[in-house]
Ligand binder design. Structure first.
Ligand SMILES: [Mg+2]
Length: 124
């Protein structure tokens, strides 16, 4: 069965680029435009990995992580979380990792970079 990825980003362009890369790697892709949509999705589905934007309206990536950590995935493995940020700041990256992100990737990312990060978290 193919792996699944939830792409969470308020930018339609970023979601489209990420979808294109992920589908070329045979991932099944779902999209959410903010943290709240992503949370709703994760209450009903368990993607293998979540590509999570930092800055979003309604609910930011950090706010999503706070609520996501309270979700119960039962016997299933918790989805991996790869944080996407344009903030080239070690403090932001540290905060995301401390909040439960497994890895981070800087935007804009290409296929090679994203594939490397997905391998690091064990889903590619
Ligand atoms: Mg954004």
């Amino acid at each position: 069965m193919s792996k699944s990825c939830l792409v969470v980003d308020d930018s339609k362009v970023i979601r489209k680029v990420a979808r294109h890369i992920l589908e070329s790697m045979a991932f099944a892709v779902d999209e959410a435009a903010d943290g709240q949509e992503a949370l709703r999705f994760c209450r009903a589905n368990r993607p293998d990995v979540i590509l999570l934007d930092w800055n979003m309206p309604v609910m930011s990536g950090m706010e999503f992580l706070g609520a996501f950590n309270d979700l119960d995935f039962g016997h299933d493995e918790r989805p991996r979380v790869v944080f996407c940020t344009t903030e080239n700041s070690i403090d932001h990256i540290r905060a995301a990792i401390e909040a439960g992100a497994d890895e981070y990737v800087m935007k804009p990312f290409d296929r090679e970079t994203l594939e490397g990060k997905l391998q690091l978290v064990g889903v590619a």
